[in-house]
Design a protein around this ligand. Structure first.
Ligand code: ADP
Ligand code: MG
Length: 330
């Protein structure tokens, strides 16, 4: 009896000391023009900071590749040669563009990286006073269309068929960067962490307390108040919301996510959270559901394995995909 008890005490001490050796380090910084919060579990502060430096370097590397602002990026080279010639790119960028085209097909064009070719007729900074005409809206998307992104596998080249056409990674880049940073840290042996790219969350492992990481889904009608706190185990959760960027005409709220086919901003939804194994797909799908609307969006998500979503419509009603249950709290 005493023997057993002693064994138990020794076991408990081992567990406690193993936990005592772990600490959580977090850093907040601006990358890719957005706020990033990087959290890692490490043996001490020095080790944690070294890991965070590794993640930051990886995210900066990706930013250099996909930035449309940086004239020396591979993406800018592709855009500058639109209508002129194919551009040979790194296999990493080639594969990213190929997957993006795949998501366009999956969403019937609701997601489209060539959205960047759109004329910027919508402003979401409060400066817009009248709704653009139907002609202007239709004309604004003339150069948009993922079918005109021509990929040559053998040459590893990308050709944008129409002059003035552009690609942009605004709706997928942060998710991709979060996936890559997570993968690199896991490869370095980091047992647990969170990469949060302005609401594009990617987690692995668990908190030092042994509990799952939790994400707060923001209440879009009151962004300082979370309405649900959900555990996330080794997966990604991405929230796209229009509570910061939208414009209103005649009582209709137009979001900053624009339907690539029509040129009209998405309406009817104010927030979409998507759960998926990878942040890249979650990021792209969150944007897509906005464009597809709640019926089509939910339907599409329900057909995809391992993907779930929570939608909040413009009346504040909550809709969830088939395998998700939330106990909302106020
Ligand atoms: P945010 O990053 O602002 O939370 P998203 O991840 O949904 O939101 O990305 C929105 C951004 O994606 C827009 O600011 C724009 O750059 C780009 N975008 C807008 N509409 C589309 C679309 N239909 N397909 C692909 N990208 C889009
Ligand atoms: Mg997105």
């Amino acid at each position: 009896m005493t023997g057993k008890k002693l064994l138990f005490i020794v076991f408990l001490l081992t567990v406690l000391s193993a936990e005592a050796q772990q600490t959580t380090i977090k850093r907040t910084l601006k990358l890719m023009g957005s706020r990033f919060d990087i959290t890692v579990v490490a043996l001490d502060e020095a080790e944690g900071n070294k890991y965070i430096d590794t993640a930051v370097a990886e995210i900066s590397r990706i930013e250099k590749m996909i930035s449309s602002w940086d004239p020396s990026s591979e993406t800018s080279a592709v855009n500058k040669n639109a209508g002129l010639r194919p551009v040979k790119v790194s296999s990493e960028l080639f594969e990213l563009i190929k997957r993006a085209k795949g998501i366009s097909k999956l969403t019937d064009g609701a997601f489209d990286i060539s959205y960047a070719s759109m004329d910027r007729i919508w402003k979401f900074d409060g400066s817009m006073k009248t709704m653009p005409s139907e002609e202007m809206i239709t004309a604004s998307v003339e150069k948009v269309g993922f079918e005109n992104i021509i990929l040559n596998e053998a040459e590893q080249s990308v050709f944008l068929k129409l002059p003035g056409m552009k690609i942009g990674f605004g709706a997928i880049g942060k998710g991709y960067a979060a996936d890559k940073a997570k993968a690199l840290l896991q490869q370095k042996g980091v047992v647990a962490g969170i990469i949060n790219a302005s609401g594009d969350m990617n987690t692995w492992g668990e908190q030092v307390t042994g509990q799952a990481w939790k994400v707060a889904i923001t209440n879009p009608l009151d962004k300082n108040k979370a309405f649900a706190l959900l555990p996330v185990n080794n997966e990604a959760v991405v929230t796209s919301g229009d509570y910061e960027k939208f414009v209103e005409f005649n009582g209709t709220r137009y979001s900053h996510i624009i339907a690539p086919r029509t040129g009209y901003p998405a309406t009817g939804i104010i927030s979409v959270s998507v759960f998926a194994p990878k942040a890249e797909l979650a990021d792209a799908l969150a944007t897509s559901v906005f464009v597809m609307g709640k019926e089509v969006g939910l339907n599409r998500i329900n057909q995809l394995p391992e993907i779930e979503c929570i939608i909040i419509d413009s009346e504040g009603k909550i809709f969830t995909s088939d395998h998700i249950e939330i106990n909302a709290y106020k």
